[in-house]
Design a protein around this ligand. Structure first.
Ligand code: ASP
Length: 339
């Protein structure tokens, strides 16, 4: 038997539809067990805690991430695993940044949500919730199996910082193109043991509770012009830019574009290159269109998702590192976010 803490932050999963008006209202999580009797069949001891004001995930910001981390940290010793109920829209962003905020995590923190409210007849919320609790409580020979931040949706548990929301309608809403699922739920729960994070159990957990949001993501498109980019690159407070480039990390080679990039890098802005493609990696130097970026000192995001790059940037910027060290650390896998 494991002790599980369910943390409700907001989102569809915690809503219930009024059968007469059709309006969605927040579900009372104190009554969770009476509303979902199936949970009683689980052999786990489940407690719940909610954000005072549930947040639609589109409204989440760094203060919510810090609040969530505090909540988990405050209860960390009392539970074997954590299930975070979160809106699906930005779940990959939150789960990614949380993975960086917990260093040497040795317990599961499983994010889940749903496309349909928990009170809906055809809801996907129950399966997502029940299996997430099972995974968070999973032990073998008395030992916790999952020791990382995961995201469970529609029969698959992924490493959270590898995921992206790819569908606004299907129950199968998430993908992890560059890393396989770490567990799958069918008739049995199948764990992909080889792919699980294996933290050093002797190292103490460190919880990083500050983030820096002076960043932006810039998705390049053919035809993007100087006037726009000149403003963006010269935004005074910006300390980090995530450049979503084409294919394996390619961008335009116009001198004005390279000059703007150089000026930003010379000012100390950290620029990371991630691909717009859903799968594959940035390989700077493969084509002439990325060779120049490499020479300017642009950081390679490798096969990282934009969501993971955003979280890593928010986390690493607080460490006040010089450009070389920042680049080396950014290009190193810290929580299994890149190959
Ligand atoms: N808008 C909701 C949210 O992300 C959608 C969902 O829960 O899936 O908070």
């Amino acid at each position: 038997m494991s002790r599980i803490l369910l943390v409700y932050t907001g989102g569809t999963i915690g809503m219930i539809k009024n059968p007469e008006t059709g309006a969605l209202t927040a579900f009372n999580f104190d009554e969770l067990l009476s509303n979902i009797p199936e949970l009683k069949l689980l052999e786990h001891d489940i407690s719940t805690v909610s954000f005072e004001e549930p947040v639609d995930s589109s409204d989440m910001d760094t203060s919510d991430y810090v609040k969530l981390v505090h909540l988990i940290e405050d209860h960390f010793e009392d539970y074997d695993g954590f299930v975070v109920l979160h809106g699906s829209d930005t779940m990959s962003y939150t789960a990614s940044v949380i993975s960086f905020m917990f260093e040497n995590l040795k317990k599961p923190v499983i994010f889940t949500g749903s496309q349909l409210p928990i009170g809906d007849l055809r809801t996907d919320a129950k399966e997502n919730l029940i299996t997430s609790i099972q995974l968070a409580g999973l032990k073998e020979n008395g030992k916790t199996v999952i020791k990382e931040v995961g995201l469970y949706f529609e029969y698959k548990l992924y490493r959270a910082n590898r995921t992206t929301k790819v569908n606004a309608e299907h129950f199968e809403a998430f993908e992890s193109s560059n890393f396989p699922a770490i567990a799958e739920s069918g008739v049995n729960l199948k764990v992909n043991y080889e792919k699980l994070m294996k933290p050093n159990l002797r190292k103490k957990m460190i919880v990083h509770k500050s983030l820096n949001d002076n960043i932006f993501v810039l998705k390049l498109f053919p035809g993007i012009n100087y006037k726009t980019l000149e403003h963006i690159f010269n935004t005074p407070h910006v300390e980090g830019i995530i450049l979503e480039t084409f294919g394996s990390g390619n961008a335009k080679t116009d001198p004005w574009f390279l000059k703007l990039l150089k000026q930003a890098i010379d000012r100390g802005v950290h620029v990371v290159n991630v691909t717009q493609c859903v799968g594959g990696a940035v390989l700077m130097g493969k084509y002439a269109t990325s060779e120049r970026l490499k020479k300017l000192g642009v950081i390679s995001g490798g096969d990282m998702t934009t969501e993971a790059a955003v979280g890593k940037m928010m986390y690493l910027l607080t460490k006040k590192l010089g450009p070389k060290v920042f680049k080396t650390i950014f290009e190193t896998s810290l929580r299994g976010e890149m190959n």
